[in-house]
Design a protein around this ligand. Sequence first.
Ligand code: PAF
Length: 284
Amino acid sequence: MKLCKTVAELRAEIALAKADGQSIGLVPTMGALHEGHGSLIAAARKENELVVVSVFVNPTQFGLGEDLDAYPRTLEADCVLATKMGADIVFAPTPKEMYPSEDMTWVEVTGEITKVLCGRSRPIHFRGVTTVVSKLFNLAQPDRAYFGQKDAQQVQVLQRMVKDLFFNVQLRIMPIVREADGLAKSSRNAYLSAEERAAGLVLSQSLQHAAQLFDQGERNSAKLVAATQALIAAEPMSDIDYVEMYELPELTPVTGTMRGACLLAVAVRFGTTRLIDNIVLEGE
Ligand code: PAF
């Protein structure tokens, strides 16, 4: 595995691969890699000749008072896991390398898709994500890029960006990877105390409960949201940011009876840690 820390180094590697006609898979990450990221790297390994994993804690997607400084930075361990899962290149630039000047170009998807759910409490978040992912696409020139369904809104926003800006890349979305007890894998799980972690299980449990109600025929969105919300609210350590349902792919509000595929998404604080989780409810 080759570690590239500069744009010039990555560009040189990509130029060689392109000259050789190799297909390129990109796995954008913020590091603190876990099995969720591992599944993305493994999928990229299967489908591409060159696999690039970026490890960059992107400052522009963190708001004031969020966990930018505390976010775990574990590059050595990340390189070990990325290599084990089949990465050829780890791109780990500094913030100055990615954002050389304070005056800069933003890439922003506008509209409700970035305003609902996480966009409400994190108003600048998706602009930071789309800006950095555009930069990474331009640098790595991937044929395919790999993202996790856990960040369901991010996935929809990026699909929209790729469509609107005619990026010549296929987005490959991988299922949520969970701990044995159901907790969705996340780099932020490391912040949780034992009690908070146990309380956090209510997220996957409440979503599973909604899925069961859906399987039994419930199609009223308000009832499914209310059932999920009630279970989470019953957990004393939970502080709900949102429990909401939107129709895919544009995240349009669902009122009354569900029709197409719908995203049921939750964001809940346990202590100072905000966890997200979701399921897609899709009829036959
Ligand atoms: O999902 C993430 O880890 C980040 O939002 C991403 C896509 C790597 C952009 O910084």
